[in-house]
Write a protein that binds this ligand. Structure first.
Ligand code: GLU
Length: 418
């Protein structure tokens, strides 16, 4: 069970599954089934680059499980995308959807490329060719992609258009996270951050704390991190450090969202933000604070730095930021971690709302979306908190108990075909 922090994302995911299987005495047949993804798809994405040369990228779509409904999960464009990582994240999507009570299984996809080095034209070509390659495997009742690291509403618009052109009619419900104009939902863009800050507030409340008197550190300034800054500040917290892939900045007096995001927009990074001190991403994680939000990539809190973390609470807005060993160390040090499958679930919850609205052809107001997101989050947080108290276990194990039990029950009811 105690893997080294250097274990791969898939090893981490399987190790987490083993841990919960032991705890709930999971039927070995169902355990075996859940270890394996339903479908693995590896595709070549050949692109005529702007310079006339041909480059072939590799794309993946892994569908882990469909026991509770069609599979759901994002598409990431990143140079580190690998089958191992996509497979782990597909499994995490199964648990994420189950713990939130969504009628979905889990999937994930990605293209191994560096989107920062691609022109808009090249990015559009990568997206359209990748979508074409996975078209037979996705669909509103089959598998519904969404944005993830370095993909956005524009990427989803191209995916939706490509799938629709192959179907010869518009199919908005094939992807979520679309722009509003083509069937997107209010609140989807900031949903991951909103869900994360809301979950943090809930767990603070359970522990008699108030976000308004808290200091917050955020790692990562993409969709989740930047909006987490905005929302935490709006909730009255003091955000004392943030970072992006280039550097971190800190100011104990607080960093203003509007000013930092405008600065990043202008210069391409938060680095050298006036009035703040530059720090490394490593040091940022070790700052003393009430709430730490890792909102970048996986494998950030490891056995190496976990003993030096000085946060009152950690809310994982990223997927897989804490290794299994680090999780054990943090639990021993009584630093609660709201696991990714809960803290980063706001995105897929609002994705589910978007999909439902597309299927109905009827749309909700921003307020309705926000209230419903809070309701779904609140229910999941309460359940996870109660189980962790009752069984005296960490929040991650409690969340996994809820998720894996639900998927296992669905698998048992449906049986093994044939
Ligand atoms: N990529 C997001 C995640 O990891 C959202 C997935 C979705 O909306 O389907 O949760």
């Amino acid at each position: 069970m105690n893997k080294t922090p250097e274990c791969t994302p898939l090893q981490l995911a399987l190790c987490q599954l083993d841990r919960v299987a032991k705890k709930i005495k999971l039927d070995p047949c169902i355990h075996e089934k859940l270890k394996h993804p339903k479908t693995i798809l590896i595709v070549s994405v050949p692109i005529k680059m702007d310079n006339g040369k041909l480059e072939v990228f590799t794309g993946y779509r892994v569908q882990h499980n469909i026991d509770r409904g069609p599979s759901k999960g994002g598409i990431r464009f990143h140079p580190d995308v690998s089958l191992d990582e996509v497979q782990a994240m597909a499994m995490w999507m199964t648990w994420k959807c189950a713990v939130m009570g969504l009628p979905y299984g889990g999937a994930k996809g990605g293209v191994c490329c560096d989107p920062k080095k691609l022109s808009d034209r090249e990015l559009e070509k990568v997206t359209r060719r990748f979508t074409t390659e996975i078209t037979p495997f996705i669909g509103p009742r089959k598998d519904i992609p969404a944005p993830d690291v370095y993909t956005n509403p524009q990427t989803m618009a191209w995916m939706m258009d490509t799938f629709s052109m192959h179907s010869a009619h518009a199919v908005p419900s094939v992807v979520t996270g679309k722009p509003l104009e083509i069937g997107g939902s209010y609140g989807r863009n900031e949903a991951t951050a909103r869900g994360c800050v809301f979950a943090a507030e809930e767990f603070m409340r359970f522990r008699g704390k108030d976000i308004r008197e808290s200091t917050v550190v955020i790692q990562g300034y993409g969709n989740a991190g930047a909006f987490a800054h905005k929302i935490a500040q709006a909730e009255g917290a003091k955000v004392i450090a943030v970072s992006d892939s280039k550097a971190g900045i800190t100011n104990p007096e607080g960093l203003d969202y509007e000013a930092v995001s405008a600065f990043k927009e202008e210069t391409g990074s938060v680095k050298n933000f006036p009035g703040a001190k530059n720090i490394t991403n490593r040091k940022l994680l070790e700052l003393e604070c009430d709430l730490l939000i890792p909102a970048a990539l996986g494998n950030q809190i490891t056995a190496e730095n976990a003993p030096r973390i000085r946060a009152g609470l950690i809310a994982e807005a990223a997927n897989g930021p804490t290794t299994e060993e680090a999780n054990i160390i943090l639990h021993r040090r009584k630093i609660p971690v709201i696991p990714d499958i809960v803290a980063s679930a706001g995105g897929v919850v609002v994705s589910c709302f978007e999909w439902a609205q597309n299927l109905m052809g009827y749309f909700w107001t921003a307020e309705e979306v926000s209230t419903r997101l809070n309701d779904v989050m609140s229910l999941a947080c309460r359940r996870v908190w109660d189980i962790s108290r009752e069984k005296k276990i960490d929040l991650r194990l409690a969340a996994y108990i809820v998720a894996v039990s639900r998927v296992a029950e669905a698998a048992r009811l449906r049986g093994i075909y044939p």
